[in-house]
Design a binder for this molecule. Structure first.
Ligand code: ARG
Ligand code: ZN
Length: 471
């Protein structure tokens, strides 16, 4: 960790301590108010930090997004086809979609009614949808997309750059460029087709199925087959140098690099196959068939994101950032959150992967990283709030989530021993592969694998206020 880190902004606010406990079961069945005509899908899945994120009453199995973007005018045209299934009778349901103008909306090819209310797009199909029914929503739209400002003050969503757009959606921004069930509880496959002026490149998730240039415009067709949360989708556009190759393990790598970042990025990106191979040894098989990196030149962004199969960086990353975003492919992307409150399951794990990588590649031991952090005084921001209960959406990318989250894993490791610790990480990745996991499930798994009562440990490190006593 010799380079300055480009990481989410440190906390800018004090922790808000009140939280709303929400059972996962309740999240999964969030139902809207019953009306005489039927039922309406809820306007959110019940996330305590982002109450309007996602929607109730249906799941999306596939998104087909067809976009056109002109970097010069910053104009986007879009068509989104969502294949979904009703989990309750629906006389209306919501999508999350903010900003862009809607030019058409159908449900099963029949014009549907809609109105907009902030980020909620309230759709009323011509006829109510029976519970269990599959249906298709088609939305056409256009305009000049822009980002949302997150509770922590950072930008997220469609972020225009000087030659295109940096597109990242954690936690909220997906809805700035496509209508979505915008919560990690709902995961889907994606086809993302983007047309840009010839000479520009549009990079999304998964495998590049095809690329063709016609009449001065180039169309890129990407497919992400394995389930993906909406926040992990990207369609980053820019003037990129592209490199494609297949690794010894058969992964299809696609790197897109802004020429201004190329010299600094090259030695780091070169390591991606060996980083993924090392992480596969530790965490189990890499979850995707595609890989790669998008290195943009976006100095106003200030963070990188683990966009599925192909992280996006706001500038040339250092090696530990590449290790971090790669580890998220297991922890965060394949194993997803059910609630943003559990964010340490993403950030604590990815940070601990950095520590393990350093330890096994001639750098500092994880113990040394732990000790350096533990030496910080009780007044340091590191101890401002507990990672298992950040308190609000403004804190989910704060230092305690990353650093004290990783410290929690280190204390677990020293308590159960290296072998059992790695078994726990692997079992976590395997048992929840392509699905979801909660903090409570992780605690139970660690206890099962170790045969130890770890209640005290997790209580102290994840939930207690203030600096914990020396472990
Ligand atoms: N998950 C990203 C990382 O750890 C950080 C995303 C920060 N996003 C934000 N809107 N502040 O690399
Ligand atoms: Zn991260």
């Amino acid at each position: 960790m010799t380079h300055p880190r480009r990481r989410p902004a440190p906390l800018r606010r004090e922790a808000v301590l009140a939280t709303v406990p929400v059972a996962v079961a309740a999240l999964l069945t969030a139902a809207g108010p019953a009306t005489a005509a039927g039922t309406a899908g809820a306007s959110g899945v019940g996330d305590p930090y982002f109450p309007l994120a996602g929607n109730g009453g249906y799941h999306v199995s596939h998104y087909g997004l067809t976009l056109g973007y002109d970097p010069a005018s910053r104009h986007l045209t879009g068509k989104a086809v969502l294949t979904a299934r009703a989990t309750q009778r629906l006389n209306r349901f919501d999508l999350d979609f903010k900003g862009l103008k809607i030019t058409g909306l159908t449900v099963d090819h029949v014009k549907a009614g809609y109105r907009r209310d902030g980020q909620e797009l309230v759709v009323t199909p011509a006829r109510p949808l029976r519970k269990g029914r599959s249906f298709r929503v088609t939305v056409t739209y256009q305009g000049r997309p822009g980002p949302v400002t997150d509770p922590d003050g950072s930008l997220d969503g469609w972020i225009p750059t000087d030659d295109g757009a940096f597109v990242a959606g954690e936690p909220q921004g997906a809805m700035t460029w496509f209508p979505a069930n915008n919560h990690p509880l709902d995961k889907s496959s994606y086809d993302i087709t983007v047309t840009v002026p010839k000479g520009s490149t549009a990079v999304a998730n998964g495998v590049l199925l095809g690329q063709r240039t016609r009449n001065g415009r180039t169309t890129f067709h990407w497919r992400q087959k394995e389930p993906m949360a909406a926040y992990l989708a990207t369609a980053t556009v820019g003037k990129f140098q592209v490199k494609q190759y297949t690794t010894r393990d058969g992964l299809k790598v696609y790197d897109a690099v802004d020429p201004r970042e190329a010299a600094a990025a090259a030695p780091v990106l070169k390591k991606l196959p060996s980083v993924l191979a090392w992480e596969s040894k530790l965490f189990g098989p890499y979850p995707y068939r595609a890989a790669g990196s998008i290195v943009d030149h976006a100095p106003n962004v200030g963070y990188a994101l683990e966009t599925q199969s192909r992280p996006v960086y706001d500038g040339a990353p250092d090696l530990s950032t590449l290790v971090h975003e790669s580890a998220h492919q297991w922890f965060g992307d394949s194993v997803s959150l059910t609630s943003w409150k559990d964010i340490w399951l993403n950030e604590g794990f990815a940070t601990y992967a950095e520590w393990l990588y350093a330890e096994q590649h001639g750098g500092d031991s994880a113990q040394k990283a732990f000790d350096a952090l533990y030496a910080r005084p009780a007044t340091d921001g590191l101890w401002a709030f507990p990672p298992g209960n950040p308190g609000s959406g403004a804190n989910i990318f704060g230092t305690p989530v990353y650093a004290r989250g990783a410290m929690t894993l280190h204390v677990l490791r020293t308590t159960v021993g290296d072998r059992v610790f790695l078994r726990i990480l692997r079992a976590w990745a395997e048992q929840h592969r392509y699905g979801h996991g909660t903090t409570a499930q992780f605690e139970r798994l660690a206890e099962r694998q170790s045969g130890k009562d770890l209640g005290r440990l997790f209580q102290t490190w994840l939930y207690d206020q203030g600096k914990p006593q020396q472990p």
